[in-house]
Design a binder for this molecule. Structure first.
Ligand SMILES: O=C(O)CCC(=O)C(=O)O
Ligand SMILES: [Fe+2]
Length: 512
């Protein structure tokens, strides 16, 4: 399961389909050969009959013709019969025979549907364009059919995301209306679903979409008028006792101002103020290593308080290729700590795959750890293992803090996560920035760069301004490697302050 959350899983699915394709097409080729031959024999026999029809008596008094009629019926036809049998045996395409192959589960299909909708709503994409395979003006893929859009709408309905249900159903109906030539009558199962969804929408009070949907059903199959008993608005509303249940909305956080603002930051619609920007520099830095005199670090400041910076060109494409290859066999669906406590779990909040790798796995990983220490001056004694993560299209990580709010989640001797270093192991064609909604900027992944920031104040208190997120990946695939650095050994690297400087960030501790 979990094919939708990263690119590696999707490659497996593409492979599955390749096998099905080649299996079926070789069967079809074999069958076609037999068909062609049968057709030729058939027309030869038809010719005989045409001759016979010209003069029955003349034809049947010819001993050669008589013999051939006998032979045909006695030998040739049974032979035809056996070849037809044989051909249909060959055509026994059986999907369940391919038990060794990977198939997506309902959860995967739902995940992919959710991803599509997330992208469309985060980046305010025009549904008609998405359905046409166009992302921000560039055509990447094939059009979705009206059925595709309908099935997506139906899935959203089942997931109780009614706002998006409406958008996709309308797109589906629009495509159906424009369809040239007129579409042939679809399978009864699809028409039944359309009717069911229409009735539910009607009951929920979305009369327009319900009406549109029922109209299209009727056009496709006029006999369905017999099912036209949706009743009138008033009667339905009066009887609807469980309206509350139907209009239940998906997760509260996504409906907040804060979330809307985060999405704006992802789209690049808001940025830091001019005054903020004026104080920021791109400069060469030396870190704490002498050789950096010759090979200085390329430092880019994103924010001075809290400190958020990028170090450019810290890994080469070759190193990154090796690193990703080492991580792939260990990648698993990412999990989060539930707020309610207890076991870590999968969540729509964080859609990606990751692997935890000890720094001893490869000398390069040890070097990455050392480089972060050298660049930032931090002590790297207590770091979590390297976490390599991959987000597929639609993959994201909603706004969160990296520090733990519950001290049971880290060993007391190591302290909380004082800082985060993200190595970008890929560029991303569109989307996928690391966004800091409270700081009003987003950092675009750039292959080989490190993004670094402090999660804690000097007083050791959590810095709530550091809330950040991985914006949904719109096009491409995003790879990162995280190093989380803990606090306990930083006494000299980042002396703590007795002055409680946490007050500046308290107001950002908004829990929805
Ligand atoms: O994907 C990103 O840009 C951010 C990742 C992140 O915040 C995390 O893994 O904790
Ligand atoms: Fe994070």
């Amino acid at each position: 399961s979990d094919y939708f959350s990263s690119i590696t899983g999707l490659e497996q699915l593409l492979h599955t389909e390749q096998i099905l394709l080649s299996d079926l097409s070789s069967q079809l080729d074999a069958a076609k050969t037999v068909l062609l031959q049968l057709e030729r024999e058939l027309s030869a026999i038809k010719l005989e009959h045409a001759l016979a029809a010209k003069g029955l008596e003349n034809y049947l008094t010819n001993p050669v013709n008589v013999y051939r009629l006998m032979k045909r019926l006695h030998t040739d036809w049974p032979h035809v019969d056996s070849r037809v049998q044989q051909m249909s045996a060959q055509l026994r395409f059986n999907i369940s025979q391919h038990y060794g192959l990977s198939f997506p589960s309902q959860e995967d299909v739902d995940g992919a549907a959710l991803a599509l909708v997330r992208l469309q709503s985060t980046y305010k994409l025009d549904v008609a364009q998405v359905a046409a395979g166009i992302l921000n003006g560039i055509k990447y893929g094939t059009d979705m059919s009206w059925q595709d859009c309908f099935v997506l709408g139906q899935q959203l309905f089942e997931m109780e995301d009614y706002n998006n249900t409406k958008v996709w159903l309308r797109e589906s109906m629009e495509r159906l209306r424009r369809h040239q030539p007129r579409p042939s009558t679809p399978e009864p199962a699809l028409l039944n679903s359309m009717e069911t969804v229409a009735q539910s929408l009607f009951r929920m009070g979305d009369f327009d979409t319900a009406y549109e949907l029922s109209q299209r059903v009727l056009e496709l199959d006029p006999s369905r008028i017999r099912n036209w008993h949706l009743g009138d608005k008033a009667a339905n509303l009066a009887h609807d006792g469980d309206e509350g249940a139907h209009s239940r909305q998906a997760a509260g956080y996504r409906l907040t101002q804060e979330f809307a603002h985060y999405e704006k930051v992802c789209r690049g619609e808001v940025g830091p103020s001019a005054a903020q920007q004026r104080r920021l520099r791109c400069r060469y830095a030396r870190g704490r290593h002498a050789y950096r005199l010759l090979a200085p670090l390329k430092l880019e400041e994103h924010s001075l308080d809290p400190l958020v910076v990028s170090y450019h060109d810290m890994l080469s494409p070759q190193q990154i290729g090796e690193l990703r290859a080492m991580a792939v066999p260990h990648m698993q669906r990412s999990t989060v700590n539930p707020l309610s406590g207890g076991q870590r779990m999968k969540s729509a909040f964080r859609v990606s795959k990751n692997a935890w790798l000890p720094y001893s796995t490869h000398p390069m990983m040890g070097r990455m750890l050392r480089d972060v220490g050298d660049a930032t001056g931090l002590d790297m004694t207590y770091c979590e293992q390297l976490q390599v993560a991959n987000y597929g299209v639609g993959g994201h990580y909603e706004p969160h803090w990296d520090f733990f709010r519950d001290s049971r989640h880290y060993p007391a001797a190591e302290g909380n996560r004082i800082a985060t270093a993200i190595f970008y192991l890929s560029d991303v064609e569109q989307g996928g920035a690391t966004a800091f909604p409270f700081l009003n900027f987003a950092v675009r992944p750039q292959l080989g760069n490190i993004l670094f920031w402090y999660n804690l104040h000097r007083s050791s208190d959590e810095d709530y301004r550091t809330k950040h997120a991985g914006c949904p990946v719109l096009k491409g695939s995003k790879w990162i490697a995280n190093i989380w650095i803990h606090e306990a050994t930083q006494t000299f690297a980042r002396p703590c302050d007795v002055f409680r400087d946490n007050e500046v960030s308290m107001g950002y501790d908004i829990i929805k």
